[in-house]
Each structure stands twice: as C-alpha cells, then as structure tokens.
Design a protein around this ligand. Structure first.
Ligand SMILES: *Cc1c(COP(=O)(O)O)cnc(C)c1O
Length: 431
C-alpha cells in the first residue's frame, strides 16, 4: 500500500495516521470509521494557493463541498482561504452553519429550486453558476425582488469531455449540465443574462470531467471558449472577467495510477490561458477553480473490523468487514479500485488474494477485488486508503446501517468531528 501524507507504518507493523495508531482510533471511535489526515488536507489547499499565486494570475480556488462536507471541514476550508461550492440547499445550510462567509460561496446546480435560490439570496451568496436558459429569468426576477444584483457565471459545455487519461471532442449537446457552445444555446443564454437588469455577469464556467490526468482536455476546452468569447466580445462588447475551469484533478487511488502533480497541471493551464487570451486579443480574466477530490481524496481512510473469512477452493477468497456499500459505494457503482491492508499487521507478507466484501445485502457489495493480503483473522483491522472523496458524502443507510463517525487526526491527536449515528438516529422523525 502506498502511503500518503502523515501515514506511516510503525516498527511493530501498525498503521499510524497523523501520529495516532489505527488500532487506537478503532478502539476509541469504533468501526467502520472515516479518518482524515488533517495536515494533508491543508497541504493540498496550500499547493493550489502556492502554484496559483506564483502564476501571477488573479485567481480564486473554491472547494467543491460535494466531495465531503461537514462543519469541521467547512471551517478548515475557511482557515485555508478557500472559497466553497455548494450544489444544494443542504450543502448551503452546512456551509452557513459553519459560519462560512457567504460572499465566498458559489451556488451550482442544473435544477436550483426557487427555495434554494431564496435561501442563497437571503444569505448573500457571492456567485450563481447559471445552468439553463429558464434559470436566467428566474434568478433575475428573484434578485429584483430582493433589490439586488446576482453575480453570476454561465455554465457552458465546450464539446470536450475528459475521463482519466483521455479526452474526447464530443460536440454533443447531450448533457444535463450547462449550455452548448456549438448549437448557439450558450450565446442565447449569455445575451439574455446581459440583458437581465438584476444579473451581474462575471464570466463563464466549464467542468469537463473528474479524475482527469493531464491538461489536454482542459486546454482544448479553453481554446474553444476563448475563441467563442472573442467573437461575442466583437458583437456585444461583453468581456469575461472570470473564467472558471471547474475541478476534476486526478488523484492516485493505487500505486499503479500515474501521478500528475497539481503544480504541473496548474502551470500548464495558466500558461494556456495567457497564450490563448493573447492569441484572441482578450484581456486576461481571473482564473477560478473548484477542486473537490484532489483536496480531500488522498487524506481519507476507512477502517473496518474483519469478520467472516470465507475461502472457496479454486474460486475466490472473501474477507467480510463490518461496513460496505453503505459507506463505500464507488467500487460497486463504477468499479473503482482501492488498496487495502491489515492495519494491525502491515509488515506481514501477503499469503493469498482476498476480495474484501461488505456486510450488506447485495452481491455487488464489494470494496476491493482480489487483493494480496496475509490470511486475515476475525478481529483484524482492515484499512482502505484514499477514501476521502465521495465516500462519507455518498454514504447511505441501506440495511439501516448507521453512518460511521468521522475523525480528524494530526499531531498525535484525534478529534471526532462527526458523531457515529445511533440506533435512535435511524428512526428519528418517524412515527
Ligand atoms: C464535481 C464537480 C467539481 C469537483 O470535481 P472533483 O473531481 O471532485 O474535483 C467541480 N465543479 C463542478 C461543477 C462539479 O460538478
């Protein structure tokens, strides 16, 4: 298992994160348990700031809440000078409950409800990412009612989509997000926004995918968008002050994943933005970003207790743990690959391959397939690395599983930032 951040293996063969041993964490807080290396989250934020500051561009980096949010995380983002993206009333409520500056919150979503827009206007949210033509009229009318201007970006689909190592020129208008450049809908929406008296149009936004390595796709999208903006500027005089390139920076889930440092990606993108604006005779806009996974993914761990071990001769070995797809859905959902280890026996040599299964009632309830492990024993502690993004936030109560606790570790201390759900929580509000 490759180790990130402060994680290390003690001479006794025990996994230690943030100066606290995994068995101690499991003993104090129970399992399944989400553990976050707080120092690594902070370091990831600082890498974005350092590189963008060095680029000389005006920039803003906002953390995409959907990857993982809770009060403590929101406060951490505030302390690290990050903005915050929210996509729902619930994410907005969480951000505001943590005391996050509303001016630094951006509201996303392809179907923002009127109630959510009112909640955002009440709070004084700093930016709306407009995602459809009918939202233009709705947001303008509501902002008028509040006697204010809604600062906004238009989300466009540039006809480029990226997935891990590749990007494809789709040209397709088939997306529930954003407005298409090629079919003219983006232009129609932008013109409507410019005409709307209660909208202050800052610029445009795009997000071409997630878990992306390299910048080919982003640079191709930038090129199309700058070309489009140059044409629009000639016709309408509109000059984008902001270009938001979304998130999507890839992380290393396993040692086999290539590493593409944030520093390299940002430097290439900043260079492409400078060159592209020059080519098209445009003033340099602010560069905005909204990373999620790359901020929290590698900092998160899940700890489970080993239960049933089932060896099917000639077929497969299964080791079952006390959680599963209720706290770890990505393997079942899209075959994501994770590294696993026995956290109390890190130096024991692997003896066989085991598929790590959960305890939930689905055959697809698998955490990791065919992984080399020492023969697991009931009571061992199984650690899964890189579970910081889209785990807690995608957790469910399937089989009435209470959601696990979340613990932040660092400097030899552990603090429980989200309490484990109780049985009583499972029936709260029911009659
Ligand atoms: C999901 C999403 C992000 C964050 O993506 P990551 O892959 O977690 O970095 C940013 N912006 C938008 C619009 C998104 O939908």
């Amino acid at each position: 298992m490759h180790l990130n951040g402060t994680a290390r293996v003690t001479p006794q063969g025990v996994l230690d994160i943030g100066g606290v041993s995994a068995p101690e964490l499991a003993g104090r807080f129970g399992t399944p348990l989400y553990v976050y290396d707080e120092g690594l989250i902070r370091e990831q934020c600082r890498r974005f700031h350092r590189t963008l500051a060095a680029s000389g561009l005006d920039y803003q980096v906002s953390y995409a809440s959907k990857a993982f949010t809770c009060l403590a995380l929101v406060r951490l983002m505030a302390a690290e000078h990050m903005g915050l993206d929210v996509v729902s009333g619930g994410e907005l409520y969480t951000a505001l409950s943590a005391g996050f500056d509303p001016a630094r919150i951006h509201l996303h979503g392809n179907n923002k409800t009127v109630a959510e827009l009112r909640q955002a206007l009440d709070a004084g949210v700093g930016c709306y990412v407009v995602d459809s033509l009918d939202e233009v009229a709705r947001l303008n009318a509501l902002a008028g009612e509040y006697g204010t201007w809604a600062r906004c970006l238009l989300r466009v689909t540039p006809g480029v989509s990226a997935h891990t190592h590749d990007f494809i020129q789709t040209g397709a208008a088939d997306s529930k997000f954003g407005l298409n450049l090629a079919n003219g809908q983006a232009e129609t929406a932008l013109r409507a926004m410019l005409d709307a008296p209660h909208l202050d149009v800052l610029g445009v936004h795009f997000h071409i995918g997630s878990q992306i390595f390299g910048t080919d796709g982003t640079r191709a999208a930038l090129d199309r968008i700058l070309n489009w903006l140059a044409g629009l500027r000639e016709q309408t005089g509109f000059t984008a002050r902001v270009l938001n390139i979304g998130g999507g920076f890839g992380i290393r889930y396993t040692a086999a994943d290539q590493s593409y440092p944030i520093e390299d990606a940002l430097t290439e993108i900043a260079g492409a933005l400078r060159a592209g604006t020059q080519t098209h005779g445009l003033p340099l806009p602010q560069l905005w970003l909204e990373p999620g996974r790359s901020v929290v993914g590698e900092a998160g761990w899940t700890l489970y207790e080993v239960g049933t071990v089932k060896e099917i001769p000639g077929v497969r070995n299964y080791v079952s743990v006390d959680g599963g797809m209720s706290d770890h859905i990505r393997t079942a959902l899209y075959g994501a690959n994770y590294e696993v280890a026995l956290a109390n026996r890190m130096n024991d040599a692997p003896q066989a391959e085991y598929t790590v299964a959960g305890k939930l009632c689905e055959s697809g309830d698998v955490i990791a397939r065919d992984k080399p492990l020492p023969h697991p024993q009931r009571g061992d502690l199984l650690a899964v690395s890189c579970t910081g993004a889209y785990h807690f936030s995608m957790s469910s109560r399937y089989n009435q599983m209470p959601r696990p606790a979340v613990v932040f570790v660092g400097g030899g201390e552990a603090r429980e930032v989200v309490r484990r759900e109780s049985w009583a929580d499972l029936v709260r509000g029911q009659e």
